[in-house]
Design a protein around this ligand. Structure first.
Ligand SMILES: *Cc1c(COP(=O)(O)O)cnc(C)c1O
Length: 401
């Protein structure tokens, strides 16, 4: 009998009791809207903002309705115009080009490397084409941020970081989201803290913070924010920034605050699971692991490996065989988008030139989530199943040649 895995790749741990109780207290109060406060009350959203700013070392933090909202809000705060080109990664998820399209702008995609990070040489060649880079740390892979920032600073390109997969991660000790002018995070169920839906934005720039807060639908309540800049910062902006409501509510903030306190412990737990699977896949013929860099303190909430230059049929067979044994691998090379695996070739709202180097990588990427409900034994079993199936497919493939 072959081993089969029976766990779920989409089952997250329950919300901590402390968070459940805080959320129930908000519901009992009836004051769910962030500005519905009694005298002397800060409110859960403002407290969350203050705590997230402290965690990331940012001057200003804003809690919003989703990670995708955060990205579009950042582009609006930077006054990105309809038709304006915005640089972004070719390897990312649909909300990233979606945010660019939502302000009527046009993505200019940058190639991806075998390390699954943005290709800095291709970026250098394209920097003259845009004023803003929407940088996605896709699946938690962080590029050489020192070199990226040096290139962008020299070219006068403003960086917005999409940290949907890097909340809690850092590069050379600097928290992810703190290199660029604006960092955006998601608190959606499959990210690193879970409020169902939600997002956070950080910046050190008072003018951008004012524009972000007003844009999120603060009316003239901006003084009630956890980390708002001084009133002067709002003087001009309060007349001119359009209100695009996307506020967070007190229930979600209450759910998130205890989880933020547990983020370091969660990162350690993810790392053990990640390394366990990685160890089990080391040396499998035909399989390329993504070697993580020393400077990168990552959150291993998902794991990717490459079947480089395999035929589509051979990759599809691995996906199918692993699925039959309970291991859910997502393939970015499938001709039709499935689940979340759409690629730049599928985004008809964001048309692009073909990118053969990126296509070679996308066709090779297999991706799996690592929810914290997996035990280390689960991780070892998952690695054994993948190693066996990739090994078999590799033998078949070589025999056929
Ligand atoms: C999830 C995700 C987002 C958007 O987050 P939502 O909260 O779902 O809107 C943005 N970028 C990436 C890479 C993501 O995975």
């Amino acid at each position: 009998m072959e081993e089969v895995f029976t766990g779920s790749f989409t089952q997250q741990p329950p919300i901590p009791d402390e968070a459940v109780e805080a959320a129930v207290a908000v519901m009992r109060s009836g004051r769910l809207h962030r500005y519905n406060l009694v005298p002397g009350e800060a409110g859960e959203v403002a407290l969350l903002e203050a705590e997230f700013a402290a965690l990331t070392g940012a001057r200003h933090a804003l809690a919003v309705a989703s990670g995708g909202y955060a990205l579009a809000a950042a582009l609006r705060a930077l006054d990105v115009q309809p038709g304006e080109p915005v640089l972004s990664n070719a390897f990312t998820l649909a909300p990233v080009p979606g945010a660019i399209a939502s302000v009527g702008a046009r993505p200019v995609f940058v190639e991806v490397t075998e390390a699954l990070t943005i290709d800095l040489d291709d970026l250098a060649a394209k920097l003259g084409q845009a004023r803003v880079l929407l940088l996605s740390h896709m699946r938690g892979h962080v590029c050489d941020m020192d070199r990226l920032m040096a290139l962008c600073d020299a070219a006068g390109v403003t960086v917005v970081e999409d940290c949907a997969h890097t909340m809690g991660a850092s590069w050379r000790g600097v928290p992810s989201g703190r290199h660029g002018a604006i960092g955006c995070y998601s608190t959606q169920t499959y990210k690193h803290v879970n409020s169902g839906e939600g997002g956070l934005i950080v910046t050190d720039d008072a003018d951008l913070a004012a524009r972000l807060i007003l844009g999120s639908g603060s009316y003239m309540h901006y003084g009630l924010h956890g980390t708002a800049p001084p009133a002067e910062a709002f003087e001009a902006a309060r007349w001119s920034v359009p209100n695009v409501s996307g506020r967070m509510d007190n229930v979600r903030a209450a759910i998130l605050r205890p989880q933020l306190r547990g983020l370091d412990a969660a990162r350690a737990a993810w790392l053990r699971r990640y390394r366990t699977i990685e160890d089990g896949l080391r040396g499998v013929p035909g399989l390329t692991l993504i070697e993580r860099q020393e400077a990168e303190a990552f959150v291993g909430s998902s794991l990717q490996f490459l079947l480089l230059d395999w035929s589509d049929a051979a990759v599809a067979r691995v996906v199918e065989r692993c699925a039959a044994r309970g291991v859910s691998l997502k393939w970015f090379g499938a001709p039709e988008p499935q689940g979340f695996t759409a690629t730049y070739r599928h985004w008809r709202f964001a048309s692009s030139e073909p990118m053969p180097r990126t296509d070679r990588i996308l066709r090779a990427i297999l991706d799996m989530r690592l929810p914290l409900t997996f035990s280390l034994d689960d991780c070892m079993l998952i690695a054994r199943i993948i190693a066996q199936e990739v090994g078999r497919a590799c033998n078949r493939k070589d025999a056929a040649q």
